[in-house]
Each structure stands twice: as structure tokens, then as C-alpha cells.
Write a protein that binds this ligand. Structure first.
Ligand code: AMP
Ligand code: ZN
Length: 136
């Protein structure tokens, strides 16, 4: 189902024009208007799901399949050296548009884009504690 007043519902379903790089019956892939790198794109489901917690497993799997296909095409056509797939959920994780989307962020050697995290150094006890909490 679409959600009223959701900009990505409108873009995904063609009610608002976008720079579409791929489309099928379930997804539209558009260029991000504030790209981290050249070719940064977003995989948008045409149905509304807020985030990873809401999207059904088959849609999530299909979003990844579409991402994989577009990544391959970017490698060939843009000459990318790599790609980051990023998917933010919740404000705390940096999600600003509350309609599930998968970022495809092409990478070029020496592009200087800031995508990845800074590693921390937890103790063995802390790692054991979080493991116990997750699997317990
Ligand atoms: P996130 O922070 O993961 O929610 O990502 C939202 C992304 O959507 C950002 O990278 C924005 O630049 C992008 N964005 C927001 N509105 C639009 C729009 N109308 N067209 C294209 N990209 C958009
Ligand atoms: Zn939506």
C-alpha cells in the first residue's frame, strides 16, 4: 500500500518525476539528489514500508537483487572501483526519509567519501556480554 504524503511513495510510483535508472513492477531506482559520490542511487519499493522492521522478507530480498543488478551496470558504465550498499533504519541510524530505501553508493579509488564507521575497541568481556544478549 502507498502512504499519503510520503515523498518516496510518490517518486516510486511516478507521481513526482525523478532521475530513474531502473524500474520494474515492484521497484524504482533513482539518483539521490544529494549524492555522496557520482551515481549514488536509491532503490525504492513502490509499496510503503517504513523500514527494515516493516518490509516483508521477500521484498527485502528483491531490493537486494535489484541493487545487485544496478551495481553491476554501474561497474560497467561508470567504471566504478567498488560500491557500498547502505540502508538506514530509524532516526538514530540516520534515516531521514521514513520509506524503506537501499543506498547504492559507487566508489572510486581515492574519492574521499565518508561512508564507513570508526572502529571502537571493546573488551573481550563486553563482546561476550553483547553476544550473550543477542543470542540469549
Ligand atoms: P536516509 O538518510 O537514509 O533516509 O536517506 C535519504 C536520502 O534521500 C538522502 O541521501 C537524500 O539526499 C535523498 N533524498 C531525499 N529526498 C529526495 C528526492 N526528492 N529525490 C532524490 N533523493 C532524495
Ligand atoms: Zn512511502
Amino acid at each position: 500500500m502507498k502512504k499519503d504524503n510520503c515523498i518516496f511513495c510518490k517518486i516510486a510510483n511516478g507521481e513526482i518525476p525523478s532521475r530513474t535508472v531502473y524500474e520494474d513492477e515492484k521497484f524504482r531506482v533513482i539518483l539521490d539528489m544529494g549524492p555522496a559520490t557520482r551515481g549514488h542511487a536509491l532503490v525504492l519499493p513502490k509499496e510503503h514500508f517504513d523500514d527494515l522492521y516493516e518490509i516483508p522478507a521477500d521484498w527485502a530480498a528483491d531490493a537486494f537483487k535489484v541493487g545487485r543488478q544496478v551495481a553491476a551496470s554501474m561497474k560497467e558504465k561508470l567504471g566504478t572501483d567498488g560500491i557500498n550498499l547502505v540502508q538506514n533504519n530509524g532516526e538514530a541510524a540516520g534515516q531521514t526519509v521514513m520509506h524503506f530505501h537501499l543506498h547504492l553508493i559507487p566508489r572510486y579509488r581515492g574519492d574521499g567519501a565518508h561512508i564507513l564507521w570508526k572502529p571502537t575497541s571493546p573488551s573481550a568481556e563486553e563482546l561476550d556480554a553483547v553476544l550473550a544478549q543477542i543470542i540469549g
